[in-house]
Design a binder for this molecule. Sequence first.
Ligand code: GLP
Length: 241
Amino acid sequence: MEVIIAPVDQQARLAADAIEALLRRDDDSTLGLATGSSPLAVYGELIHRHEQHGLSFARARGFMLDEYVGLPADHPQRYHNVIAEELADRVHWDAERVHGPDGLAADIPAACADYERALARAGGVDLQLLGIGTDGHIGFNEPGSSLSSRTRIKSLAPQTRADNARFFGGDVDKVPVHCVTQGLGTISEARHLVLLASGRHKAEAVHQLVEGPISALWPATVMQLHPHATVLVDEAAASRL
Ligand code: GLP
């Protein structure tokens, strides 16, 4: 695992460099998309490169990590809508090419299996962007998730619902209780994992990720097993290393 300590703007440029190289090299690239605050600077950098340097997403596919269960289709916090607003629409990425787990399916287990098949048909993910929860989750794989888990429905940990209440007007009761997430096994199949973290509140999770024993109690530690994992952290998030 490669750990790079750099301020957020530099993290964003490094991650965008890797994504740009992929998009320019490969006609059929597949980018793994994450939500939350951590990837926002990367998306900002990609939008800049699209607008100023013609970086094109036209031939790329996107696959999202996770989705809330039960949020109405037009809810602004539904991750499909968040990704459209923060990246896809801004880089004129055809919505048909950007996929996410279906949190509104009548049969969620069947929709999860469909999502796994769609990922496989696309040839897997070339580069997966990741944030990390304060409890060490990636995607929405909360502590206790099997390291070989696949896309499935999960309950959100109280800590994660409290952390994410800021996106729901500060009201934790408005945060959904369930989500659908790619599993740790699914995420691990991406050819390159790029995790971003900043702020002192991430320091314990980053410490466990990099230096802790591999354990389902800190799901991100599964990255230690990956042959190509990059961790981009600022000084505050790196303060316990
Ligand atoms: C959310 C998302 C994760 C994200 C994490 C960290 O719960 N499902 O994919 O990595 O929280 O969020 P943030 O980057 O806002 O700290």
